[in-house]
Ligand binder design. Structure first.
Ligand code: NAD
Length: 355
């Protein structure tokens, strides 16, 4: 069973729950709208299903519901920020706006954000930047239960460390929808394994190892503790290359930003922290704007001329699936599965609220 609900009503309900958990109404709305946009974009793993976890993280005293970003370093195009445990959706947007001021002054910004609670869908921040006509690169570390195994390693050692690249396409009259590549470095999202486990489904080979390090198709290995009390792990995408990318995200998003890296035994705490290194570039200030715009369009047009491979719908560019999902779900409404709905009701009860 699923609950179909319009995005504005879902935003209002989730927002009210965050207010009941001690969040200011403005912040609660920002976080709820961000989660609902993830659902609308087709990424239910980063949608309102995260809200119960946020409520628990507030109760743990680790998510600070009304915290704002603090400037640690402000030096030309370099910006060092501390999210102070605030909602990632709030401190992440604050951080991007501060970085935007530096781009306007200097043509580029390198922004390090440490200690943000879960930033959600990283593509949201790239979309903010490409709307200004800027290139936006993000390397993100996850500080939470380590669910992803190193290449040829036998257990989980780090998080799903996402990477995101936003690139505006064209300019002036010939502007197109942007390229927004936004992905976890695990082969598949942890949230998708929970859904598969709840539905009693197996998953394809190459996604998972069990608690002994053997390949498995049982998603339960990363959802419930196994025979030895430990979990299995997700594998990285692209074998050693995805593994290298995941490590780079931990080193840049974690170590370089001041957020820290994961090197401890797993625990059961619910809070999820992210560190994010962001690099913003204004192509007009780099002096290549005209050729950048025309060459980028020429290349993507060239890609689109590739004939559809048999059995496929043809070439898509990163960002297109999310925009298509927004159009469809914006019309039809968002489907929330029974388990997630019950979790939302349970979380609301814990803060003496009715979802
Ligand atoms: P995914 O595997 O669905 O990949 C998404 C990317 O691939 C998007 O850029 C999409 O436009 C592109 N894409 C999808 N199909 C395509 C096709 N046929 N052709 C061309 N491009 C295509 O996403 P994911 O790895 O499951 O990540 C989902 C979300 O989770 C992301 O928004 C990510 O930022 C987020 N995330 C957040 C955290 C965190 O801690 N904050 C951690 C991990 C992931």
């Amino acid at each position: 069973m699923t609950h179909r609900i319009r995005s504005d009503e879902l935003t209002q309900r989730v927002s009210a729950m965050f207010v009941a958990a001690g969040t200011s109404p403005e912040r609660a709305h920002t976080v709820a709208a961000n989660l609902v946009l993830a659902n609308l974009s087709g990424h239910d793993s980063h949608g309102v299903g995260m809200a119960p976890r946020y409520v628990d993280a507030i109760a743990e005293g680790r998510l600070q519901p009304n915290a704002s970003v603090r400037v640690q370093l402000d030096s030309g195009m370099l910006l060092g920020l501390d999210g102070q445990g605030g909602y990632g959706q709030v401190v992440g947007e604050q951080a991007m706006h501060l970085a935007f001021e530096r781009v306007r002054q200097h043509g580029a910004c390198i922004m390090a954000l440490a200690h943000a609670h879960h930033l959600g869908r990283i593509g949201h921040f790239a979309e903010m930047a490409v709307a200004q006509g800027w290139v936006s690169l993000h390397f993100v570390s996850v500080f939470s239960r380590p669910v992803v195994a190193p290449y040829h390693g036998g257990d989980g050692r780090f998080g799903t460390n996402p990477c995101c690249i936003g690139i505006p396409l064209g300019s002036g009259d010939a502007v197109r929808e942007p390229f927004v590549l936004d992905f976890a470095t695990s082969r598949v999202a942890q949230g998708k394994m929970r859904v598969a486990h709840n539905e009693g489904r197996r998953v394809p080979e190459g996604y998972l190892i069990d608690e002994h390090g053997h390949p498995t198709t049982d998603p339960g290995v990363v959802v419930v503790p196994q025979s030895n009390g430990r979990y299995g792990a997700l594998m990285t995408f692209g074998d050693h290359k995805g593994f290298g990318m995941a490590v780079a995200c931990e080193l840049l998003g974690g170590a370089l930003t001041g957020a820290g890296t994961w090197h401890q035994e797993p625990d059961a705490r619910r809070a999820v922290f992210n560190g994010m290194l962001t690099i913003l570039i204004d192509p007009t200030r780099l002096g290549t704007q005209a050729s950048f715009a025309s060459e980028a369009l020429a290349f993507v047009d060239w890609l689109r001329q590739s004939p559809p491979a048999p059995g496929t719908d043809g070439v898509l560019l990163a960002g297109e699936p999310e925009r298509a999902a927004r159009a469809a779900r914006g019309q039809a409404g968002i489907d929330i599965d029974d388990t997630t709905w019950a979790e939302l009701e349970g979380a609301a009860q814990r803060v003496h609220h009715v979802f």
